[in-house]
Design a protein around this ligand. Structure first.
Ligand code: ZN
Length: 305
């Protein structure tokens, strides 16, 4: 197997506005994010493209509001890949998984995911804005290409004229060469035909061409959408990464939710408790001695209550 050409452009997300067209833009390079997802979940090329589009879509959506937002996308299609979940926050952390990571499939030039994701199904989006402020929306899958489905969600459920494209380029061996995405939305009061034009450019392969062109940055993608109209970058470029929130402490906290009899059973077996995180495939083992400690803590709390 030949190694993938090393991409120099860092995984960054940039926000910009295009004043002439009254658009706001978020663009990202997510090459390392997708490579890390592929490595952790041992994804086939087809699953890598699907996961990469979902992770990139999640990161782009999580930047459109301020503060501590977290966005969870769940694609529930009737194709062989099964559920695809991506969970991103405004700090640029994203994690996710594909139900069936080993599914093989033939991918065209612009990889067509529909046969693998499914044409029928739903997309669930949860926006957690903190302070118990939860927004949930759902749309039926439109094309099964993930980015186009998320775009439809933004238009239909959030009522914001939007154009979204996310792409993962693979080499002949299925290694990730480059990945990225762009989300374009109308500013309040902006014209809808500017979005229609952006959508047309993206659907006819504008992002694909940019990514194929070489070592592009997030800023290049933001600027490349409408070369005749300059964009103004807002704020700093933000790093993005595949990052899970699981930890030893969280796994132990989960075990505390078990019943006393479940814990007793595990202790009686004399083997460590094994837990694998869905989101990042990290494997955890909790030794029997610690299970015993959890069990005695449980006893004490029952006695004091
Ligand atoms: Zn994890």
């Amino acid at each position: 197997m030949s190694a993938a050409p090393t991409s120099q452009a860092k995984d960054l997300l940039v926000r910009a506005i295009a004043p002439t067209d009254e658009l706001r833009i978020a663009a990202a390079i997510t090459t390392e994010v997708v490579r890390e997802a592929q490595r952790r979940h041992q994804l086939t090329p087809a699953a890598t493209v699907a996961m990469g589009r979902a992770l990139t879509s999640g990161l782009l959506l999580a930047t459109m509001t301020k503060g501590e937002e977290r966005v969870t996308l769940q694609v529930v299609g009737d194709g062989p890949l099964g559920n695809i979940v991506a969970d991103a926050n405004a700090h640029g952390d994203v994690r996710g998984y594909v139900k069936n990571p080993r599914v093989e499939g033939t991918l065209g030039t612009r990889p067509q995911l529909e046969p693998l994701v499914g044409r029928h199904g739903i997309l669930n989006v949860t926006r957690d804005l903190g302070m118990r402020d939860l927004y949930q929306g759902q749309v039926e899958l439109v094309t099964g290409e993930i980015d186009e489905d998320v775009e439809a969600y933004l238009r239909v459920s959030e009522q914001v004229p939007s154009a979204l494209s996310c792409e993962v380029l693979l080499d002949g061996d299925g290694n990730v060469v480059r990945a990225g995405g762009i989300l374009v939305q109308a500013l309040p009061g902006g014209q809808a035909d500017a979005i229609t034009r952006a959508q047309h450019r993206l659907r006819t392969g504008a992002l694909h061409v940019l990514l194929m062109g070489g070592d592009v940055s997030a800023r290049d993608i933001a600027a490349g959408l409408s070369p005749s109209h300059p964009v103004e970058v807002l704020g700093e470029d933000r790093p993005v990464r595949f990052q899970c929130q699981c930890s030893d402490e969280r796994i132990r906290a989960t075990l505390q939710l078990l019943s006393a009899s479940d814990l007793d059973e595990m202790i009686a077996e004399g083997k460590p408790a094994e837990v694998t995180c869905n989101f990042c495939n990290q494997h955890y083992e909790v030794p029997v001695t610690e299970l015993g400690e959890l069990r005695s803590a449980m006893k004490t709390s029952l006695e004091t209550n």
